[in-house]
Design a protein around this ligand. Structure first.
Ligand code: SF4
Length: 360
């Protein structure tokens, strides 16, 4: 009888294929050496579970410096596969293990309560522009010399409903005597049928439009503490949190789901995203930068797509910069050799799934 491998409890199925077990061992060894592994396998050979198990083995080993697994996928179907396999890991963990905490990164269009419900003049197309304006105005209202405080904005936004409730209408939980009193029903924004504490549209203070969900997030942020302290639920008990659950938990509490997502990024054991989250300069500068260090075990799915995709990302930046340069100086010239190599140097494209440690 042979001993079980150290990662056996983290493997989400009863038994690995022999090739899967070899692959997990190879990935664990490569990570322990600070190296990378290029791994190729046909569809259905269990590469997703292989990569997750190897990464989680490193993260859960108290002698390892790895703190998280960062999964980069190129298509949504693969993102779903990682979510499914992570759920399988959690469902099959021994009862004395804590669930593996995980988070799927998605864009504002997928988690903004207004964009999801097409309210407040916000839809999936304009959400980025509208959101930036709303956030800026909210910060201006409550910043140094601002007209009010986050607590007041939140209180006023919530009290719109209290006023209705005072007049006899139902709250989010429903069930009071609006019909009997003849008072209007309280009108809450619901997301996927779940009520939030605010009205269906954005709010105004002194004729300035603001986002009450963002005000709620700012109000929960400790002055000198970690952003994670603004998260209104305990992610270590939940296992994997997908976009729908994130919206339900955050918006139901009255906080911005996208801001909560950002606060959670450094806190969970598995982050599932896409190439942009590791290679797009804007995204890494504002959102995922905390993940890009030597404590991150990176899994890159469909890694043969990495080079063309990342080259496109960097090329866009080069074109923008070159255009700007042309606008400001007719004598300026662009040297391609100085603008290359934004991506880690270890990105020689293997032909299928691969894992390697980030170098930034
Ligand atoms: S701050 Fe959050 S809730 Fe408000 S508009 Fe932006 S994404 Fe939506």
């Amino acid at each position: 009888m042979t001993d079980s491998p150290p990662w056996a409890d983290l493997f989400g199925h009863p038994e690995p294929y022999p090739e899967q077990a070899d692959g997990i061992d190879a990935a664990v060894d490569a990570a322990a050496d600070g190296g990378f592994l290029a791994l190729e396998g046909a569809c259905g050979t269990g590469k997703t579970m292989l990569a997750l198990t190897a990464g989680l083995d490193r993260v859960r080993d108290p002698d390892s410096d790895f703190e998280r697994v960062f999964v980069l996928t190129s298509v949504k179907q693969q993102l779903r596969q990682f979510e499914t396999d992570l759920r399988a890991v959690n469902e099959n963990l021994p009862s004395d293990y804590d669930p593996v905490s995980g988070l799927t990164l998605v864009g504002k269009a997928d988690v903004c309560p207004y964009a999801r419900e097409n309210r407040g003049g916000i839809d999936r197309e304009n959400v980025y522009e509208r959101c930036e304006g709303l956030r800026e105005r909210t910060r201006n209202l409550v910043g140094d010399g601002g007209a009010t405080t986050t607590a007041n904005l939140v209180s006023e936004a919530r009290s719109q409903q209290v006023g209705l409730m005072d007049s006899g209408s139902a709250g989010p939980a429903g069930g009071t005597a609006a019909a009997d009193s003849g008072a209007p029903d309280a009108d809450y924004l619901s997301v996927d049928g779940e009520p939030t504490p605010y009205r269906p549209d954005t709010e105004e203070y002194d004729d300035v439009e603001f986002c009450p969900f963002y005000a709620g997030f700012l109000d929960d942020l400790p002055e000198d503490g970690e952003p994670a302290e603004a998260v209104p639920f305990d992610v270590t008990e939940l296992g994997h949190v997908d976009a729908d659950e994130l919206v339900r938990l955050a918006a139901g509490h009255g906080s911005c789901p996208h801001s909560i997502m950002g606060a959670l990024v450094p806190e969970v054991e598995v982050v599932i995203g896409n190439y942009y989250h590791a290679f797009d300069p804007v995204t890494t500068g504002t959102f995922t930068g905390a993940l890009l260090d030597d404590s991150t075990f990176v899994v890159c799915d469909e890694a043969h797509m990495l080079e063309p995709r990342v080259r496109d990302l960097v090329s866009d930046a080069v074109r923008t910069r070159a255009s700007a340069t042309r606008r400001t100086s007719s004598r300026a010239s662009f040297s391609p050799s100085r603008s290359r190599a934004r991506a880690p140097s270890r990105t020689t494209p293997p032909s299928s799934a691969a894992s390697w440690r980030t170098r930034t």
